[in-house]
Design a binder for this molecule. Structure first.
Ligand SMILES: [Zn+2]
Length: 394
């Protein structure tokens, strides 16, 4: 069903959300809609430290309990957008969609926390209002939001749990120059990485989702390292037997608002729910998933080879330039560039690589400097202008 969900995405895309850092007022509007849906149940289950409501959206009456939460890191909203799409899907009345809904409805009860760290989302920070990384707080539950997540999951005692995140957009698939678009992890529940029943459930599901996602984006799927980290919720919940699967949205070229990854998230999650409802994931092994390369950090946005560093052009080196994202005002994300590294960079790949051997020096660059303009010439004519890359951002 993966391809059906992917191909029919335009039928259920929630068009009121167009970018990752969306307005709180739009969120309120969506909550209103979900509260009126005959298929969804909206419940306020608690509050963040700054008293923002934390809502649960529940769907279905089936015996298999599933939990999914998004944006425990406030600036990681790709899956949140996809959940909005999924809620729209679950309300479609055309017969092909309604038939699927009925199968999900009868077999599953899915509990969603679509926006957990609402204080962090408002600030556009990873951490909570108190500066706590919630995903390193699974043991102590210092933050009220982590406590709420832990108690909520224990109350439901799910068979599957989906931990939905965004990862650094410059992670690569192993040591390749491919940017990781999507990463999976069937987390380990102990130091030895034992394939417990819980982990095996998640691993089989990950196997199916890896195979199908790779058909859409060949070479762009990776897995996270499965080193056990008791402070992380994924590992702690696996230990508790909740069948935990981590889904990470990485980078997607110039699609910095990650709308293509949002569509993949929607297809991945709907397909996962459907295959759990049908039991088809049980036929899988874990080979395809286990064969995935792990996330590494081997790419720059722009890599210039052998560029001049001073006016004579005699001293040259490679230059690595990356995009930098800064939260500005209300709901804005500002993009700029930084000089990440200068020297011999042949151990790294570039999403965009240019041979700068014949470039002439125009301006001084400084390591770590945030820049919006950078020009090189060749025969006196501009041959590299950073602004042409800035113009590609969407
Ligand atoms: Zn995260």
């Amino acid at each position: 069903m993966y391809h059906f969900f992917f191909d029919n995405y335009s039928h259920y895309k929630e068009t009121r959300i167009q970018k990752r850092r969306f307005d709180e007022n739009i969120w309120q509007e969506l909550l209103q809609d979900w509260s009126k849906s005959p298929y969804l149940q909206l419940t306020k289950i608690g509050e963040t430290f700054e008293k923002r409501a934390i809502h649960e959206v529940t769907f279905g009456v089936g015996p298999i309990q599933i939990i999914a939460w998004s944006q425990m890191h406030g600036d990681e909203a790709t899956a949140t957008m996809a959940l909005c799409d999924i809620f729209k899907f679950l309300n479609l009345n055309e017969s092909s969609f309604a038939k699927i809904r009925e199968i999900l409805h009868q077999n599953l009860t899915i509990h969603f926390l679509p926006l957990l760290n609402a204080d962090g989302a408002t600030r556009w920070t990873r951490e909570t209002a108190l500066g706590i990384d919630m995903n390193r707080d699974a043991q102590q539950n210092y933050s009220p939001e982590a406590k709420l997540l832990s108690d909520w999951a224990d109350r439901i005692n799910p068979t599957f749990a989906f931990n939905l995140h965004d990862q650094n957009r410059l992670y690569s698939v192993g040591n390749s120059g491919h940017q990781t678009h999507i990463a999976f992890l069937a987390t380990a529940g102990d130091e030895a990485g034992t394939w417990t029943e819980s982990r095996l459930r998640a691993g089989k599901l990950a196997n199916r989702l890896t195979r199908l996602t790779q058909e859409k984006i060949p070479n762009k799927v990776a897995k996270w390292t499965d080193e056990f980290n008791a402070r992380a919720f994924g590992d702690t919940f696996q230990q508790r037997g909740y069948g935990l699967l981590l889904l990470e949205s990485g980078g997607a070229g110039w699609d910095l608002e990650k709308q293509s990854l949002r569509q993949l998230n929607a297809a991945i999650l709907l397909d996962a729910f459907y295959s759990i409802a049908k039991g088809s994931y049980e036929q899988e092994n874990t080979e395809t998933y286990e064969a995935l390369a792990t996330n590494e950090r081997q790419i720059f946005d722009i890599k210039l080879l052998n560029a001049p560093l001073e006016p004579t052009g005699k001293i040259r080196a490679d230059i690595g330039i990356n995009l930098k994202e800064t939260a500005k005002n209300r709901n804005e994300i500002h993009y700029s560039w930084t000089i990440e590294e200068i020297g011999n960079l042949n151990y790294m790949h570039g999403l965009n690589t240019q041979d700068a051997s014949e470039f002439e020096f125009v301006q001084t660059i400084n390591l770590g400097e945030e820049i919006s303009e950078l020009i090189f010439t060749k025969g006196g004519q501009t041959t590299f202008d950073l602004r042409t890359f800035t113009a590609k951002i969407k």
